[in-house]
Each structure stands twice: as C-alpha cells, then as structure tokens.
Write a protein that binds this ligand. Sequence first.
Ligand code: NAD
Length: 305
Amino acid sequence: MSTIAFIGLGNMGNPMAKNLLKAGLTVRVFDLDTHAANLLGAEGAYVAASLEDVVAGADTVITMLPAGEHVRAVYLGDHHGGVGLLNLVSENTFLIDSSTIDPGSARLVASEATKKHLEFVDAPVSGGVAGAQAATLTFIVGGTDQGFAQAQDILKYVGKNIFHAGQAGDGQMAKICNNLMLGVLMSGTCEALSLGIDNGLDPKVLSDIMLQSSGRNWALELYNPCPGVMDKVPASNDYHPGFMGKLMAKDLGLGMDAALHSQSAIPMGTLARNLYAFHNAKGNELLDFSSLFEFYRDKKIKKGK
Ligand code: NAD
C-alpha cells in the first residue's frame, strides 16, 4: 500500500486526505496552517512539521494548493530559502498536483521533475467540496501515459471519473475551460433567479421549473445559489464552506490569460470575472462563489433613491 504525502489541507485537501485514510493508505500531511494539519492528525494521519518531514518515506506526493505561485514555491523552492520538493523527495516518488493553476507553471514543474527523472502530473479536480467528501471528484490529468496510469492507481480512492486530457499542462487547460463555463453558468443562474424573485416568483418553484426546462445546468441541479432552496449547499449555510469567490476570480483570470495567449474572444468569461471582482471587492472573497447571488440581491442602490 502507498504512503502518501499530502500538502495543502484546506476545503478540498481535508476531505481528500480523509478519504485516502479511509481507504487504508498511510497518509503524512503538511500545511502552513497547523490547525488544518492537526485536523487530519485527529483522523490518523502523521502531521509533519516541514516539507522535508512530510515527504520522508512517501512514494507519492499530492498537492492541493491555492494557485500557481504556491505550487512553484512548494515544488521548486522560493526566494525565502525554502527548498523545493523536487530536491527533497527520494528516487521514484510520484508527484500529483491537484490544484487549479496556470498551465505554464504546471509545464515548468513537469519539465524540472523530468530533469530529475521524477514523474509529475497535473490533475486538477471538479466536483467541489461535496465531491471531495463523497470521493466522487472528476480528475483531469495532464502528463505522460505512464503518469496517467500511475495517477489512476491513487486517484481512484478520491475520485470517480479520471480523464487524460493530454500532455503536461493540458489537465490545467481543460480545467480552466470548465471553470470559465461554470463561472458563466453560475452568474446566469444568479441573474435568472434574482429576476424571478423581483417579479414575484418563488425561487424554489422557479428552480424546479428551470430544472425541467432548457435553462437546466449544474448550478441549478447541485448548487443552487439562493439560500433556502436546496439543503446541504453553501447557500443554505451562509455560503460556507465551498469554493471561495477569490478562487473563482483566479480561475476566470487564468481563462483570460489563456485567451490572450491564443487570441481567443471570451466576452462571457471576461464579464463573469469582472462580476466576481466587484463582488469580492465588497469583502466577499472568502465566501463560496455561489454568494454572487447576493451581488444581484443588493438593493442598496434602489433604497437610496
Ligand atoms: P483552500 O484555500 O481552502 O486550501 C489551500 C490550503 O493550502 C490552505 O490550507 C493553505 O494553508 C495551504 N497552503 C498554502 N500554501 C502552502 C504551502 N506553501 N505549503 C503548505 N500548505 C500551503 O483552497 P481549496 O478550496 O482547498 O482549493 C485548493 C485548490 O483546489 C485551488 O487551486 C482551487 O482553485 C481548487 N479547487 C477548489 C474547489 C472547491 O470547491 N473548493 C473545487 C475544485 C478545485
């Protein structure tokens, strides 16, 4: 059985690491936030004090970090004296990064890993905190055929659908396209529900109607943004926990970077990114991304008239 070093134990990393423990794997954990790491200690993981400590004896590393800068710092080292993982792991250690980051950073880490004869795959996920808890995540893997095969052997414990998108960085690119679509769908869903409420409709009835009509989408089906319409979603728990608005803005920004690179037009994704920028700037960046609904419900302008 594998020994996993799991780094980054936030909203997603916590339930993923728990599922690896449940599957009977040995799990070593590290997070800069010691409270986050200690939560896994209580579940039976070894809580490491450093990167060097967490990878000792591990044959597989999984990282679940916020953004490209964190992934580069953890794998390659940083300017503050931090030594990168690529210099700390033992021979044949398999490396999986499940964070959502820019494809360029994923390709850079993959090529540096190759220089050290280490296999690295980018394997961002879709499915949210609920998918992580239920071990039903979708993994979108970029890397070699061998890397993909190795990744499947581990990711089957935390996910349900595991896709091979292509070479290094292609997993990230596919994930960015998916999240651009998600940002647009969530914005549209918030907008339609808010319009209905303003015109006297019950949001639960309207949601049921749209679910059986052509407006049906993932947000309506599994993640309704209007509080009280659906149980066990962030909207019905003050928009906690979940996929933070700042992370959605980051992902839509990654879509804009990619579009600049390929000279693609992405007006919808750009608009969604700007909606999140406005919403986050009002102090909502740590709330789940479905809290964009509150941006549409903000009646201050009307009241001030
Ligand atoms: P999070 O902010 O809740 O967790 C990130 C964790 O990484 C934090 O506990 C933080 O302390 C830790 N960390 C940061 N830098 C570190 C370092 N140098 N060393 C060790 N630990 C470090 O974020 P999350 O919601 O778990 O998301 C993680 C990644 O997954 C992001 O890239 C996000 O875009 C992606 N993602 C999130 C969701 C979701 O629903 N939350 C869904 C799909 C993908």
